[in-house]
Structure formats: structure tokens, C-alpha cells
Design a protein around this ligand. Structure first.
Ligand SMILES: Nc1ncnc2c1ncn2[C@@H]1O[C@H](COP(=O)(O)OP(=O)(O)OP(=O)(O)O)[C@@H](O)[C@H]1O
Ligand SMILES: [Mg+2]
Length: 394
């Protein structure tokens, strides 16, 4: 069931394309924002709108909540985007025939394995790397690997997939723009000169370095175990010959992130700390030359009336004084005042953020009474983001 009224749009001096135009025209949409604000949910709902606009759409999700993953038919073992049957995402047959909805859940390790297979010289090199313990540890867990693999996946889908629109969710990172730096960071890591010391046969590397470094390495070996260092040495040795391929690939991925056809949408929550984090995020995005194409404020408490909360409280007090039987109505007035106070506080929290996203469209998605765990829920979220869209005639 659809709610009857979309929330009022936040004031913004928008002069760029609308959110509808972004989803209708851009090829890549990157959904970013700090942890827990609803990036995965919003990414899945934006993609749904893309499909409703008749675009062949894919969404790459990262660690979706289990129930949403089930609804999207996602399985962590599958590293490909799978098309969801139309009857599931478009039960009312409103979307043009050209639209399609494919979804996948990022498996960073599987994506890394595929990259290794692509750039290795032969089967033996693939086996040597994939079976290396150091590789197995970094492939899934190295800070930044998940960010890079999400971007790598995007590049794969862009190059090989039959999609007009690719919506990418981003991992919850400590540093706002980890995913933008990730391609460079990974290639720097793989190419790091320091590891070249390790590449001389067995422990001979210890002789090649200064005595201070030798001391450090001995301590490191003691703490983490010398076999870990041996594994690392073996890993970097096995990687020889692949640096250039990886570096080249990383630079293509960076180009895609900088392309005109790639848009960045920021998801924020109206809570004070979350809005402050989003302001920081917005600044960093703009500074790095990636303007924000839209701000989606999620989990907003709507304002239910135009009454000043003080007036509502005054009415509650008057009712309580005059008529004991009217107490229930007094409670409703108090509730109304409380809800409207929350809404006013949230609007205040968002003022600075709206200024940072000055020319971008801003949409508000309310706090739903339930989790968003199926296509009906995604459709509802999408309706709030695109109240006038063709897909959702109001
Ligand atoms: N507007 C909303 N109303 C109610 N619940 C919501 C709304 N948006 C998202 N949720 C719920 O909030 C939870 C977190 O959402 P989601 O997983 O999309 O956040 P996230 O930003 O991707 O988190 P993380 O940073 O951990 O990846 C989910 O259970 C989702 O169903
Ligand atoms: Mg998420």
C-alpha cells in the first residue's frame, strides 16, 4: 500500500539535474554515506526506479541485511549479478519492457581471485597465489580491499555487463572516501618497494637491510610468526610480473570513477552526529572533484502539523484543566508536540548539510514503521524519492 502524501522536499537552490534525471541518464551511480544510514537500502531502491524507467539496471550491494538479501535473491557464494524475474520486482506490470533489475552481493575475495586469474601468466601462477595463506588473509580483510573490489566489480559490470545503469553501494568506511583512493592504494601496496627486499631467496633478505630494520623484522617475525613473513615473501614473489596489469587496471577503475557519466549520491540521516558526518563527507567529495548529484536524507521524522509545539502543549494543558474526560485528546496533543519537536530538531540538524549540497536535489525519505526487506518496501522508498516519477503516478 502506498502512503498518500510524499513529504515536503527540503528547500534547496537546485540548478542541476533532478534525481529522476540522474537515475534516468547516468550510467554509474555511486551511493555513499557513513555507516548505517541506509546506503544499501537506498541503492536497491534507486536501482528499482532505474528499472521502472526502462533501464537495464544492476545494483551491487555490500553486506545487505539478511532479509533484504533474501528478497533480492542474493547468495554470498555467487559473484555475478543475477537478473530478478520481472514478476518479482514489477508485479503490477508498470515498467517498460526494456527495464530489467539485476542484483548482486559483493564478494571481495571472489572478485580479487578473478583479478588474479585475469592477470596471471598461467595456471601455476594462479594456483600459487590463491593457495598462499598471506593472500587468503589480505584478499578478504586488508583495509581497503573491500572498497577496491567494489569498484573493480563496477568496472567489470561496466565493461562486460549488458547494463545501462549500474548502482553501487559502498562499504561502511572509517575514512569517508576510501573507495575513491582504493585503486591507487592497492596498486601502491602491491608495488611497494619495501617488499622487494623480501623477494631475495629465503632469509637472505635479512642481510640486505640495515641492522635497525633487521631488528624490527626479527621482532615482527617473533610477534606474528616467521611463517607469516615467509608467506608474505612467497606471495610477493608469486605476484612478480602482475604489477603492471594490476596498476593498469586500477587506473581504468579510477578513470571510471572520474567519468562524466558517473554520479555520486550522498545518503545521510537527520540525526545530529550523522548529519555532521555527512557534511564532512560532502566537503571531501567536492574537494576531490566529485560533485554531489543528489542528497537523500533517510529516516526522517515527518512534521505532522503546522502548529508550534508550544501551542499544541498549551492546548493539551487547557484540555486537562477543563475536562478530565478529554485527557486522551490532551495526550494526542502532547504526542503531536513531541513528534513535531523531533522534526524541527532534525530540520535544524540538516541546515548545514543542505548548504554543502547547494545545487543538488535533496529528497527526504521518512522513517518507516518497518524494516525495508522486500520489493514492496523498496518501491515505497523509491516513491518518496521520486514522487512525481512516471513509475509512481501519484
Ligand atoms: N527509511 C527507513 N525506514 C525504516 N528502516 C529503514 C529505512 N532505511 C533503512 N532502514 C533499515 O535500516 C537498516 C540499515 O539499513 P542499510 O543496511 O541500508 O544501511 P547501510 O547504510 O547500508 O548500513 P552499513 O553502513 O552498515 O552498510 C536495515 O534494516 C533497513 O531495513
Ligand atoms: Mg550497507
Amino acid at each position: 500500500m502506498k502512503p498518500s502524501d510524499p513529504p515536503a522536499k527540503a528547500a534547496s537552490a537546485q540548478d542541476g539535474p533532478s534525481l529522476e534525471e540522474v537515475i534516468g541518464n547516468k550510467r554509474v551511480v555511486i551511493v555513499c554515506g557513513s555507516g548505517g544510514v541506509g546506503k544499501t537500502t537506498i541503492a536497491a531502491a534507486l536501482a528499482l526506479h532505474g528499472a521502472y524507467l526502462g533501464r537495464r539496471t544492476a545494483v551491487v550491494t555490500i553486506d545487505p541485511a539478511r532479509r533484504l538479501a533474501n528478497a533480492l535473491g542474493l547468495d554470498s557464494l555467487q559473484d555475478e549479478a543475477a537478473e530478478i524475474p520481472r514478476s518479482v520486482w514489477d508485479p503490477d506490470k508498470k515498467a517498460p519492457a526494456s527495464g530489467s533489475y539485476s542484483a548482486m552481493m559483493l564478494d571481495a575475495k571472489a572478485t580479487f581471485d578473478r583479478l588474479v586469474a585475469r592477470y596471471a601468466a598461467d595456471e601455476a601462477q594462479i594456483r600459487r597465489i590463491l593457495s598462499n595463506t598471506f593472500y587468503q588473509n589480505i584478499a578478504g580483510a586488508l583495509s581497503g580491499t573491500q572498497e577496491y573490489m567494489a569498484m573493480e566489480k563496477l568496472y567489470e559490470l561496466d565493461q562486460d555487463g549488458p547494463y545501462d545503469l549500474i548502482v553501487v553501494d559502498t562499504p561502511p568506511s572509517r575514512n569517508a572516501l576510501d573507495f575513491l583512493d582504493a585503486p591507487g592504494r592497492l596498486s601502491r601496496f602491491l608495488d611497494a618497494r619495501v617488499f622487494r627486499y623480501f623477494l631475495s631467496p629465503t632469509r637472505a633478505y635479512l642481510k640486505a637491510v640495515s641492522s635497525a630494520t633487521r631488528g624490527v623484522l626479527k621482532i615482527v617475525a617473533k610477534v606474528i610468526g616467521s611463517e607469516v613473513i615467509d608467506d608474505a615473501v612467497e606471495f610477493f614473489a608469486a605476484f612478480e610480473g602482475m604489477y603492471d596489469g594490476f596498476k593498469d587496471r586500477a587506473s581504468h577503475v579510477s578513470d571510471l570513477l572520474d567519468a562524466d557519466d558517473t554520479a555520486y549520491l550522498l545518503v545521510a540521516s537527520p540525526r545530529r552526529e550523522a548529519a555532521a558526518e555527512a557534511e564532512f563527507f560532502a566537503e571531501k567529495l567536492v574537494e576531490s572533484g566529485h560533485p554531489i548529484a543528489g542528497l537523500i536524507v533517510n529516516r526522517v521524522h515527518p512534521r505532522f502539523s503546522d502548529l508550534e509545539p508550544g501551542v499544541a502543549l498549551g492546548r493539551a494543558a487547557a484540555l486537562e484543566r477543563t475536562d478530565k474526560r478529554a485527557n486522551r485528546l490532551a495526550i494526542l496533543y502532547k504526542n503531536l508536540a513531541n513528534f513535531d519537536r523531533v522534526a524541527d530538531r532534525e530540520a535544524g540538524n540538516l541546515a548545514g548539510l543542505a548548504g554543502k549540497c547547494a545545487s543538488a536535489p535533496i529528497v527526504l525519505v521518512p522513517y518507516m514503521a518497518h524494516d525495508v526487506a522486500d520489493f514492496e518496501g523498496l518501491d515505497e522508498i523509491s516513491w518518496y524519492m521520486f514522487p512525481e516519477g512516471e513509475a509512481n503516478p501519484a
